[in-house]
Design a protein around this ligand. Structure first.
Ligand code: NAD
Length: 516
């Protein structure tokens, strides 16, 4: 078993973390990268080095793809039920090891333990869904014309498929694709985030224990864009999914399009919440908005980013409640606390947005999370709430990806819809109201493609597919991820038309069979 980073007693008062080594997982074994190069993985809560992760090069890409290709024929020859049975074992192992996986997530990502356990549970929901695919993947059969012509379809796997994933959900996002790709008969190469490689490194052992044969799942570790690009462009790689920032999503999707490869590339987000303060329930709305923007330190592609307030009388009451609830959050990784942001780069970027909005654009800081700076190291920034005068502030328009809420008071429903529709992203939007007709008015007009009413993180759960709006910065490529979109993505529908000659003369039986 891979050891987790251990605390080693150096002296009576002082403990030191012994970092683990994260190698590639190719053909069922852990192997060193050809470069023999590693980079540190840092714990965002204190900056300690907790692991060293391999930096693969193009030779590793070749080895990884060759092993996945070699494993394809035997894996795809199994029945879908046999593959699902292996995934059922995996599902059960994940449940057994949920605490251990969650602890790894806390260490490498900085989520609080409740959020880390939710990361594991949500990822395992997709595993559960994948186990139901034998029922859903059955094809259609239809007689289509006289003369005994019948059409049916058969689903076939694509071959070697690749998923490239971000840092913010170390288990759930890889599980958006891994179980569905496997059950549909593909072999799968994961490029984990170099910032959080430990969780999926441990998961390889659970997959092995569940009975996934060598080569069927590969983990290729690297932080080198040119190596990831080689992987994407490799002629034996049939399809690519990417989840991460918009500029890279766009590059991945255009590379795949040029090579006629199937691709889903999910990018960043800027999610708008509209609160109709005359009709929403103030207390539960305030709680939900705080959970939405500050949960996981705001590092969720479904997190609230902009709050649009509409209503003469109670907008200030709602805002006061939100500030009060957000101000009560404490730094830490225990339940109810808020963890740090992932790295220094992210920390600096968030600081810059707050500074620009307040010092250059005339926005008012209602809650300043910059006071959270921790002496023990790590990138701590508390919930931050900014009231804007203009929709043109960069903080109102660009992805911040931190625990920040931009608030803007709208004069009308139409103005709120204009602002939401004009933003270049298209992941999520939500309306808060107790009036169903008012809610429908907004749900019909929002541009984003994952919508909520009184729920600020409107993540569609299986069997609904997940994905932002195509044509915005939130989504490039072909289909949604997870759910039935995932099943379509990871298989080809082969259409078969058959005509069997009609039997003119039924042969007469010449021998008699007796049934005792
Ligand atoms: P990122 O784009 O920096 O990295 C994502 C992955 O891409 C990593 O594995 C990284 O190693 C790899 N990568 C880096 N350069 C590459 C290149 N040139 N070609 C191909 N791959 C490359 O994203 P991040 O900082 O890890 O994650 C945060 C971002 O992810 C945010 O923008 C967030 O909105 C987005 N995200 C989106 C969704 C969604 O469903 N839309 C879900 C989660 C996160």
């Amino acid at each position: 078993m891979t050891p987790n980073p251990k605390k080693m007693k150096v002296t009576e008062e002082h403990e030191e973390i012994v970092p683990i080594t994260i190698d590639n997982y190719i053909n069922g074994v852990f192997v060193k990268p050809h470069s023999n190069e590693y980079i540190p993985v840092l714990n965002p809560t204190n900056g300690a080095t907790i692991a060293h992760v391999a930096v693969s090069n193009n030779t590793d890409v070749e080895t990884a793809v060759a092993s996945a290709q070699a494993a394809f024929s035997a894996w795809s020859a199994l029945t879908i039920k046999a593959r699902a049975a292996i995934l059922m074992q995996f599902h059960s192992l994940v449940r057994q090891h949920a605490q251990e996986l969650a602890q790894l997530i806390v260490q490498e990502n900085g989520k609080n333990i409740t959020e880390a356990l939710a990361d594991v549970a949500k990822g395992n929901e997709t595993v559960e869904y994948a186990c139901s695919l034998p029922q859903l993947a059955a094809g259609r059969v239809l007689p289509v014309s006289s003369g005994h012509v019948v059409c049916h379809d058969r689903r076939k796997p694509l071959g070697v498929v690749v998923s490239i994933v971000p840092f913010n959900f170390p288990f759930m996002v890889p599980c958006w694709t891994l179980p569905i790709a496997l059950v549909m008969g593909n072999t799968f190469i994961l490029k984990p985030s170099e910032k959080v490689p430990m969780t999926m490194h441990r998961v390889t052992e659970l997959l092995q224990q569940a009975g996934v044969p060598p080569g069927v799942v590969t983990m290729l570790q690297t932080n080198k864009p040119e190596v990831i690009q080689s992987l994407i462009q490799h002629p034996m790689v049939q399809a690519v999914t990417f989840v991460g920032s918009s500029p890279i999503a766009k590059t991945v999707a255009s590379k795949c399009r040029a090579l006629h490869k199937r691709c889903t590339a999910l990018g960043g987000a800027k999610n708008h919440l509209v609160a109709l303060t005359d009709t929403c329930h103030l207390e539960s709305t305030a709680t939900d908005i705080v959970v939405s923007f500050a949960g996981c330190a705001g590092q969720r592609c479904m997190a609230a980013s902009v709050l649009l307030l509409i209503g003469e009388n109670k907008s200030q009451d709602l805002l006061d409640l939100i500030v009060k609830k957000a101000a009560a959050i404490q730094p830490g990784t225990d339940p109810g606390q808020m963890g740090p942001v992932i790295d220094q780069r992210s920390y600096q970027k968030i600081q810059k947005y707050i500074q620009e909005a307040t010092e250059q654009c005339g926005a008012t800081l209602l809650l300043d999370g910059r006071t959270w700076n921790q002496p023990g190291g790590g990138q701590w920034i508390g919930p931050t709430i900014v009231l804007h005068q203009s929709c043109n502030d960069a903080m109102m328009k660009e992805e911040v990806f931190g625990p920040c809420l931009s608030v803007y008071k709208c004069a009308s429903w139409e103005e709120a819809i204009r602002i939401e529709n004009a933003n270049p992203f298209g992941n999520a939007a939500c309306v808060y109201t107790a009036n169903g007709g008012h809610a429908e008015w907004f749900l019909e007009r929002f541009r984003a493609s994952m919508l909520g009413c009184n729920i600020g993180i409107p993540v569609p759960r299986e069997p609904f597919s997940f994905g932002g709006l195509y044509g915005t910065l939130s989504k490039y490529g072909d289909m949604d991820i997870t759910g039935d979109g995932g099943m379509e993505f990871f298989s080809n529908r082969i259409k078969v038309t058959t005509r069997w000659p009609a039997v003119e003369d039924v042969p007469t039986t010449t021998t008699t069979t007796t049934h005792d």
